[in-house]
Ligand binder design. Sequence first.
Ligand SMILES: NC(=O)c1ccc[n+]([C@@H]2O[C@H](COP(=O)([O-])OP(=O)(O)OC[C@H]3O[C@@H](n4cnc5c(N)ncnc54)[C@H](O)[C@@H]3O)[C@@H](O)[C@H]2O)c1
Length: 460
Amino acid sequence: MEALRTKLQERNATAAVIGLGYVGLPLALEIASAGFNVVGIDLDHNKIATLKAGKSYIGDVSDQTITEAMKTRRFLPTSDFTALGDVDTVSICVPTPLSKSRDPDISFILAATEKIRKYLHIGQLIVLESTTYPGTTDELILPELESSGLRVGKDFYLAFSPERIDPGNDFFNTRNTPKIVGGITAECTEIARIFYSQFIERVVAVSSTKCAEMVKLLENTFRSVNIGMVNELALMCDVLGVDVYEVIDAAATKPFGFIPFYPGPGLGGHCIPIDPHYLAWKLKALNFQARFIGLAAEINGMMPAVVTAMVGEGLNRFSKSIRGSKVLILGVAYKKNVSDCRESPALDIMRMLSEKGAVLSYNDPFVPSLKMNGHTLKSIELTSANIDSQDCIIILTDHSVYDFPRIIDASKLVVDTRNATKHLHEFKDKIIKLGAGNNVVSPYPYEDDTTKAAVNLVAH
Ligand SMILES: NC(=O)c1ccc[n+]([C@@H]2O[C@H](COP(=O)([O-])OP(=O)(O)OC[C@H]3O[C@@H](n4cnc5c(N)ncnc54)[C@H](O)[C@@H]3O)[C@@H](O)[C@H]2O)c1
């Protein structure tokens, strides 16, 4: 342990990062900028070629950062796993999606672990960063690595450290976002803590890998449940005739005990719609039903249909149907100022509108083209003619570059799912805003006789 500790503290250790996506690439570059030599390994040959050409494919990483890292020779992108034989640390940043049956797909973690086992050697630190269910590190990775004959805490070190990167966040990045680490043994935690302390401002050690895995799932379940709650509140406000945004902003003046969350067209990205399912799946195996997770998923999953219904309602005001109407989607990325379309609710909404016969187009300055139903759609320009020819415009992602006053002025009907038209009172007659008391969204009916009876009692 002492040899590795010294190497890490003197920053002459060599690090590997497996998986150079939204998480792994910024991590690899941060480690390199602290003075370590870093090997970045990815199966995707196009990504490796792009990096070698000094180009970035991630919004938060500039071409210049790549070129500089390559120039110093501290960052070596490759698809060759033999490099693992010479490195002191390995960070695993591979995807953890859901399978078709919406169960955890940990095949990427398993594939990476197999490669690591092949090159595992004395004095190596292995850290899993991919989000996964509690127990993955000690129940799956540890036995695989120990099948090499080497022992954890003695010959090699194993820890879990969840990635918290927030793509598109201008302030918080890999360096200034506190990092959780939990090792299999106290030595593993300590070595992982020392490693990350070299390039991350604050490292927080917890007592086990399972605890560290659970921290990440708490963070993302917290978001999913609160977004689910506020989405339901938006539907309530529509029925009540109250503007949900006015309610939230007023509630947010409370200086303690309240954190504002905002409604929207549904969840997106590689984290919030997926991670809570990892936790629910694990608990199901332990005969425990994760009810908040299930309810949040149900409500959040309903939002694309709510938005589709709002479009139908808006067109109805002009005696039009969805079928045959020209509908322009503004923003297909799952959140503002990023290009990531994974799990984006825009895809569901476009599919639903297309099935109902809408003539669809979209604009997204970060997403030049999009595959849908086997066809490639191209982002159209927001010229006055392109806006004016639409029957309805839907604001799904409120990218900062959008000039909303100009767009709304040129349009006939706008469905706003992001409160992007908050200050545009002069156009209020042509705007239908989610949760703004339009009374356009039918609530789901009561299913519970006790609730029905209680409501009747109050009503009479
Ligand atoms: N994207 C985020 O905002 C975010 C934030 C926090 C945590 N996470 C978690 O981090 C993990 C990675 O997410 P991401 O968004 O970076 O994914 P990504 O798809 O952007 O990148 C993963 C990369 O891993 C590569 N890869 C897959 N299998 C491999 C293998 N066996 N060997 C080498 N490379 C392999 C892929 O080619 C890809 O480039 C996931 O578990 C995710 O849940 C993501």
